[in-house]
Design a protein around this ligand. Structure first.
Ligand SMILES: CC(C)(COP(=O)(O)OP(=O)(O)OC[C@H]1O[C@@H](n2cnc3c(N)ncnc32)[C@H](O)[C@@H]1OP(=O)(O)O)[C@@H](O)C(=O)NCCC(=O)NCCS
Length: 184
């Protein structure tokens, strides 16, 4: 695995880049303060922009680490930070990553997250050299599964009562792509 960390990735409509502490206002206003965004997430809605700023202050110190992958999604059209996509678990021994993501509600339904996920998968397979990229969603949150499908991931199955988020214990539906899927 090449420990390249979070490098800038450009897509048609997005710049995926490292967070800066100055992204706190956008992150708080656009998604971290919205209980609808955090419904199926594992972290609580931020109560104030200070919570977001202190989180980002910690995140930016971690970019020195080549195994830390955490992008802010910047809209090319507006220049605003509109979402977040990151590796939530990395298994170096089997060269595998699990991805997590969330985005501002006002940008939902325009295919932004599939666009970001495809680009992150290309980066993790082609540049970092991983063998497996996976993601999971609460079975009650199928729109996240649509993102995984549109990015070309294959359904692997459901782990019952295997996760916990803001709704409590949940069934986790897993999708993944492995390197050999991309050749065939
Ligand atoms: C899940 C999420 C990232 C989808 O991103 P997106 O860029 O809107 O993805 P898409 O545009 O491909 O839409 C995916 C699905 O969302 C649903 N959707 C679309 N517009 C919507 C809207 N305005 N409101 C609610 N759902 C909508 C549709 O089911 C769509 O599938 P379809 O294209 O087959 O109709 C986004 O809804 C989000 O941030 N949700 C909250 C955080 C979250 O659940 N993260 C995933 C945790 S596993």
């Amino acid at each position: 695995m090449n420990k390249l960390g979070t490098q800038t990735i450009e897509t048609k409509r997005l710049i995926l880049r490292r967070f800066r502490v100055e992204d706190a206002e956008d992150m708080y206003n656009n998604w971290a303060s919205d209980p609808e965004v955090t419904t199926f997430l594992t972290w609580p809605t931020h109560a104030s922009v200070d919570v977001t700023r202190s989180l980002l202050t910690n995140w930016v110190t971690r970019y020195e680490d080549g195994t830390y992958f955490n992008w802010v999604m910047e809209s090319k059209e507006t220049g605003h930070a509109i979402g977040n996509i990151s590796v939530v678990q990395l298994r170096e021994d089997i060269e595998a990553a699990d991805i997590g993501y969330c985005m501002s509600r006002s940008y939902w339904g325009q295919g932004f997250m599939p666009e970001a996920l495809k680009a992150v998968m290309d980066y993790l397979f082609d540049e970092v050299g991983l063998n497996r990229v996976a993601a999971c969603h609460d079975s009650n949150n199928p729109k996240s599964g649509r993102v995984m499908q549109k990015a070309g991931m294959k359904l692997e199955g459901t782990m019952r009562a295997a996760g916990k988020n803001n709704q409590g214990i949940c069934d986790k539906v897993w999708y993944a792509t492995i390197k050999s899927d991309r050749i065939s």
